[in-house]
Design a protein around this ligand. Structure first.
Ligand SMILES: [Zn+2]
Length: 558
């Protein structure tokens, strides 16, 4: 595995050498522009604690748009941290699993292998989630849970926290999220404690891949804060309505997990069961973020993170913004309110870290796994080309072409985001039959909203679009063909989505804060995959497959 990974890495490094828009080592029009900086004394010691925070679906431009609504943690991170204003993922499949794996490993899906949230597993003819592991079982903090276990088995390299364990002294590693794919990718292969929510049952869970039992540090918190007590909570705007941008109208709004399409929202699901509809609604409210912050506080207290013999690691992926962005869209008052409330939660967390670990003795990195596209109907209403790519119809039309060109057969083509998967053996036949291949490709291209389509053999570092596709491709897990949508076209029936690879999806916030960090606004291009190598550098740890760089311009000279 490692040899293959190195071969891919070598190819990718060549790709990055050609990758002018993603190359932040050179000068030119984007040359280093530090608008403000503090001359602080050199950090003489390593941090005691590394905190890695992901805000799921936070677009890079949300800081510019909404920071006037913030007064606590997010404001402090922007004002006192090193804020990279042009951080872009360099690959196309900007989805949660790929994003979190890239953030924690400092590399791209072509190397770490987490190409999508779910992909088509050809050997077993089934759809698998990126953290599925048949050899693992879920362990519940409450009642019984069903379903396949989870692990980092499909993550084909190590994370920052893994390398802290291998290279440094006895770190305690904790990772927390609503989603398995976020918690596990940030926590790595061997965290001390990793927790997520089982949506189907509303139980907090971990997996036998990480230990044989639950950990008391979370169990106590969960016992004292049962999800049932969250049922019926009312979510309304936390600031006067005129403090919110945009009209907040429901134009283009599709089905929402919360019962009402507008404020005030009642978080209740069916009003009885702590499962399914309730967890979906609760996850789509800011109260789920507050709960995750509570779990993080419990971990800090119970393990005395940052006060042990080594450098400890705490990761939190806040998931509410993703759910709310999918349901209400990027210009909704709901999105703004989730961030206003997250600002307060992060303020409390920073205060706690200052008090318990010590100001200037921990380092924090904040970023996101992806952004989100605008709601297509709202863009279209302004007269621009926008819409929804109907991937179900596309799959059926491809199957009709396959029957016509290859003869009768049980064809079942699947389209997952941009990846087009054929039944086993079909792609090999198409490679031998130029007429049939051309007919399939024309069918994809004729689908409204599609801009380009690539055969996997065509993916290379040759131009920016194919390079971004290439960095998303992992043989055996990715599709046979990859289509690229036009700007403002999405492949989902939810109000909006991400994974398009366009700038609104690739650009995310990236902030470093705390020990060893030089505050300021940094305008040169950077990537979220730079965060792990930089936090690793500060901690004296090297990431073996990282393609990101150490953000030296944001570090206090040693
Ligand atoms: Zn999402």
């Amino acid at each position: 595995m490692r040899t293959a990974a190195l071969a891919v890495l070598a190819t990718l490094l060549v790709a990055f050498g050609l990758a002018a828009p993603f190359d932040s080592h050179t000068g030119g029009p984007w040359a280093v522009t530090v608008l403000a900086q503090d001359r602080q004394p050199a950090a003489s010691t390593k941090p005691k604690l590394v905190v890695l925070i992901s805000v799921d679906q936070m677009r890079g431009d949300y800081i510019d748009r909404f920071q006037h609504q913030w007064s606590k943690g997010l404001k402090r991170l922007v004002a006192e941290g090193a804020w990279f204003r042009q951080a872009d993922f360099p690959y196309y499949n900007t989805v949660t699993c790929s994003g979190h794996a890239s953030i924690s490993t400092g590399t791209v899906p072509a190397v770490h292998g987490m190409v999508l949230n779910q992909w088509w597993e050809r050997d077993n003819s089934r759809l698998v989630s990126c953290t599925d592991d048949d050899d693992a079982q879920l362990i519940s903090y409450g009642g019984p849970v069903k379903g396949v276990g989870n692990s980092a088995r499909n993550l084909m390299t190590t994370t920052l926290s893994d390398e802290m364990r291998i290279q440094s002294l006895a770190p305690r590693v904790v990772s927390i999220s609503l989603k398995a794919r976020s918690a596990i990718n940030l926590g790595g292969h061997h965290p001390d404690a990793v927790i997520w929510l089982d949506e189907a049952t509303g139980e907090w869970v971990t997996s036998t891949a990480f230990g044989q039992t639950t950990t008391p540090l979370f169990a106590d918190y969960i016992t004292k804060h049962p999800l049932r007590s969250e049922m019926g909570r009312v979510w309304d705007r936390s600031l006067p309505t005129d403090r919110y941008l945009y009209d907040g109208s429901a134009q283009g709004r599709q089905k929402t997990a919360l019962v009402s399409k507008d404020f005030p929202h009642i978080v209740k699901g069916d009003g009885t069961e702590i499962a399914g509809a309730f967890t979906d609604a609760w996850e789509s409210s800011p109260y789920s973020d507050a709960y995750l912050a509570g779990l993080a506080g419990a971990a800090l207290d119970a393990l005395k993170l940052g006060r042990g013999p080594g450098i400890d690691y705490l990761a939190i992926s806040f998931s509410a913004l993703d759910k709310v962005g999918h349901d209400f869209g990027q210009d909704s008052h709901e999105v703004q309110d989730v961030l206003i409330r997250l600002d307060r939660e992060l303020g409390l967390l920073l205060d706690k870290l200052d008090r318990d670990v010590g100001k200037g003795t921990y380092v924090l990195g904040l970023t996101a796994d992806h952004g989100v596209a605008p709601v297509p109907e709202r863009v279209k209403a302004q007269g621009f080309d926008a819409g929804r790519i109907n991937t179900a119809t596309m799959g059926r039309q491809i199957d009709d072409v396959l029957v016509r060109e290859l003869g009768p057969g049980a064809f079942r083509t699947r389209v997952i985001y941009n990846d087009i998967y054929f039944n086993t053996g079909v792609y090999a036949k198409l490679l031998q039959n130029a007429t049939a291949m051309d007919a399939v490709i024309q069918t994809v291209l004729k689908t409204p909203g599609v801009a380009r389509v690539y055969k996997k053999g065509e993916l290379s570092a040759a131009d920016p679009f194919t390079r971004a596709s290439f960095l998303s491709h992992y043989d055996g897990r990715s599709g046979d063909l990859k289509m690229l949508g036009r700007p403002y076209w999405i492949t989902s029936s939810s109000t909006s989505t991400h994974g398009t690879g366009h700038r609104y999806d690739t650009r995310v916030p990236m902030i470093l804060f705390g020990a060893g960090v030089r505050k300021g606004e940094y305008l040169q291009p950077a990537m979220p995959i730079d965060l792990a190598p930089t936090l690793g550098f500060l901690s004296g740890v090297m990431l073996p497959d990282a393609m990101g760089r150490v953000l030296t311009e944001a570090l206090v000279p040693r």
